[in-house]
Design a protein. Structure first.
Ligand SMILES: *Cc1c(COP(=O)(O)O)cnc(C)c1O
Length: 411
């Protein structure tokens, strides 16, 4: 049969084991342990010689089914589903780097990721070095023999900056270090990380994938492109597990020992979310573009930032990298914090909330909320202005959204 397209693959991906009842949805296996016919069978399972579920913190049929769907559409080597996007990021870093090592990233990062790097990992001796990733030469200067990875977000939140991913991949490959992309804002379907030579993709499935904020979850996708014998922490695992060294290191150690598992119920919800991902991305990206164009024309708005606007410095790059659908997050400037608050408080439909990729449109003032723990100087380095507001566009009818936004702009 010919290779199927994204949504068809998601809907028709086969279960690894046929369901005795012919269930069309993988049922929720909300159990902890699995039994074996013989003592020998348990031994083989523990030794990793015969694939089998043993204990749901390590693997589980419902979670595995969700992972298999993602593997099918990304054509990757393997996928691990976790309890959250943060768990996915922490697991990847802890699997490939240790004390004395460093990773290179940007200060334009999701707030909690920056906190993970600076507050949680730094005291354990793992350094993060910050570069302007839009300037390749900046980051090359920071790489040394202890550099284990380059970590970046495909579209930074909330700066909405887009890096040239092929340029980053070239540098990472040349230096033998892992290229890790947080693709939360541009999940598979709009961004093909393998095609752009990203080694490891991490994302918060809480956002787009979950089906409109149904549940918290995260994903690690190994594209199978990195030679793990180049990584100190993994080179011994390569002898045993070959190209699967990273996935084994997670499953049999880091992921297992940190207890980062997704709940089977959330895996079920996220599998359902995945079935309508394409429809929801198309609808929310179209809405975001329409609203960005409306705001761009409106004299009451000082500046609009959305990579899908032809005036954006990242327009061409994001078209090339994200199939012309650069997410549904946009920011705009209203001149003062006071004006931002007045606008937010007048909204009747758009909800004041911190999430994104809910089915509903959500608004937030980033500098006083998500980034409130950082001082003024750092916020400036992070490109956060207090005159800026972030809108996460949902799938409502765009006419209703524009009506609400327009009435809230009236003074
Ligand atoms: C939300 C988010 C995360 C964290 O995901 P959780 O599922 O909330 O842990 C990481 N990166 C980006 C870009 C995000 O938007």
């Amino acid at each position: 049969m010919k290779d199927l397209n994204f949504v068809t693959k998601i809907l028709h991906n086969k279960f690894l084991k046929e369901d005795p009842h012919g269930a069309l949805h993988m049922p929720i296996y909300d159990n902890v342990a699995f039994g074996f016919k013989t003592a020998e069978d348990i031994e083989l399972a523990f030794a990793g010689k015969k694939p089998a579920h043993m204990y749901s913190r390590i693997s589980n049929p419902t979670i595995e089914n969700f992972e298999q769907k993602i593997k099918a559409v990304t054509d990757s080597l393997g996928v691990i589903a976790l309890s959250s996007g943060m768990a996915a990021i922490a697991n990847v870093i802890l699997a490939i780097a240790g004390q004395g090592d460093n990773i290179i990233t940007s200060k334009h990062l999701f707030g909690n990721t920056f906190s993970l790097f600076e507050k949680t990992l730094k005291p354990w001796g793992l350094e993060s070095r910050y570069a302007d990733l839009t300037k390749a030469s900046d980051l090359v200067a920071l790489i040394d023999e202890k550099t284990k990875a380059i970590f970046f977000e495909t579209i930074t939140n909330p700066q909405l900056e887009v890096v040239d991913i092929e340029a980053l991949a070239k540098i990472a490959k040349g230096k033998g270090i892992v290229l890790i992309a947080d693709t939360t804002l541009t999940p598979p379907y709009i961004f093909n990380s393998k095609e752009f030579k990203v080694d490891i993709e991490v994302l918060s499935s809480t956002k787009y994938l979950s089906g409109g904020a149904t549940s918290v979850g995260g994903l690690i996708i190994d594209n199978g492109t990195f030679d793990w014998s180049k990584n100190d922490k993994l080179k011994d695992d390569v002898k045993k597990f070959g190209p699967n060294a990273f996935l084994y290191k997670l499953r049999k150690e880091v992921y297992r020992n940190l207890g980062s598992c997704l709940s089977p119920y959330n895996a079920f919800l996220q599998s359902i979310g995945l079935e309508t991902l394409v429809l929801r991305i198309d609808a929310s990206c179209a809405n975001a573009l329409e609203i960005a164009k409306f705001l761009d024309k409106d004299k009451r708005v000082k500046e609009v930032n959305y990579p899908g606007l032809a005036s954006s410095p990242y327009y061409e790059l994001s078209n090339k990298q994200f199939s012309g659908k650069p997410g549904s997050l946009l920011t705009f400037d209203l001149g003062s914090k006071d004006a931002c608050y007045k606008f937010m408080n007048k909204l009747k439909l758009v909800k004041r909330s911190t999430n994104l990729n809910d089915n509903r449109s959500l608004i937030i003032h980033p500098s006083s909320t998500i980034f409130c723990e950082y001082d003024q100087k750092l916020r400036e380095e992070m490109g956060l202005r207090e005159t800026m507001i972030r809108l996460a566009v949902g799938i409502e009818d765009s006419k209703d959204l524009i009506y609400d936004i327009s009435q809230a702009l009236e003074v």
